[in-house]
Design a protein around this ligand. Structure first.
Ligand SMILES: C[S@@+](CC[C@H](N)C(=O)[O-])C[C@H]1O[C@@H](n2cnc3c(N)ncnc32)[C@H](O)[C@@H]1O
Length: 291
């Protein structure tokens, strides 16, 4: 079995802060996901059995329950799962367990829908095994909503400028790291180093696997997962470097991001904007079994 210790350790420190993040970067993402649930899932998931892969603190698992679905969430991090359990005051019936997405502990074709928000796939070196497992436990013709980190986004440009002109003052990305980043990003199936800064000033590095739309489409098709639609998240909002969006509390920046987000909500599923952005939300279904 793969060693996921680095992910577990990363989220151990992050767990108490996870639900408290309210910076413009996260707030925009959270509003995007919330609107997506209202627009696309409301009224369509009543009594459906839905698996939340890498559910973390259960933000989306609870959303599924609120919309009338029957959610089961699992995650590799017990620390995040504990936060999810603590939040449940008995209002919603949700099932949670600790498991690894490369070995999903459910029988074949057991779910009507699989969701995976927060780019869980991008945390997993053996992302192919996870895609294969998602396909295995999804019913034929079942739907999936999977978010992955995207290679083509404005932040790469900001990091490059920061490393070369300002010696990595913002992202604390050294030139060698940015070279690593670009090399990893260009490589098919490559990962990029991502440095997360906690609120107490400490920082931690984690590797993130990024994809272009075509790369992820090709891999998913191999496992009968056919993408019908893709939505770009943080397409225009990243004219501000994500570093600033994760820190600046200024009302003006929040206002501008909100307005850019408003613009984005109209075009996020149209080419080429559905292939740009810091992440892509892929929506589709498992090819019907024709045998
Ligand atoms: C950015 S968080 C997203 C959490 C949640 N889906 C959300 O929308 O808030 C990424 C999650 O992926 C989980 N994860 C990473 N690798 C995993 C693996 N191999 N198996 C299961 N979960 C994993 C992490 O523990 C973390 O909870």
């Amino acid at each position: 079995m793969e060693n996921h210790r680095h992910v577990i350790d990363f989220y151990k420190d992050f767990a108490p802060e996870y639900d408290l993040i309210r910076d413009p970067f996260f707030s925009y993402w959270d509003a995007f996901v919330n609107n997506f649930f209202i627009k696309h899932l409301r009224g369509n998931i009543t009594n459906k059995l839905i698996l939340d892969v890498g559910c973390g603190t259960g933000i989306q698992t609870y959303r599924v329950a609120r919309e009338g679905g029957r959610p089961i969430g699992f995650d590799i991090s017990l620390d995040l799962l504990n936060e999810a359990i603590e939040k449940n005051k008995g209002t919603y019936k949700i099932e949670l367990c600790c498991a690894d997405a490369t070995h999903i502990p459910f029988i074949d074709e057991s779910f009507d829908m699989i969701i995976s928000f927060g780019s869980v796939l991008s945390h997993i070196p053996n992302f192919r095994a996870t895609i294969k497992e998602i396909s295995r436990v999804l019913k034929s013709d079942g739907k999936f909503l999977i978010e992955v980190e995207n290679k083509i986004c404005l932040d790469l440009f900001h990091e490059f400028i920061d490393a070369y002109l300002f010696n990595g003052k913002l992202y604390s990305t050294k030139k060698s790291t940015i070279r690593e980043h670009i090399k990893g990003g260009l490589k098919k199936g490559g990962s990029v180093p991502w440095i997360f800064h906690y609120q107490d000033g400490k920082s931690k590095r984690i590797n993130i696997w990024q994809f272009t739309f075509s790369e992820i489409e090709e891999i998913m098709e191999k496992y009968s997962l056919i993408i019908d639609k893709s939505f770009g998240i943080h397409v225009f909002t990243l004219i501000f470097p994500s570093y600033l969006l994760m820190r600046i509390k200024s009302g003006i920046v929040k206002f501008v991001v909100q307005k850019l987000g408003w613009l984005e909500s109209f075009i996020t599923d149209h080419f080429p904007f559905n292939r740009l952005g810091s992440s892509l939300l892929l929506v589709g279904s498992k090819k019907k079994d024709v045998s």
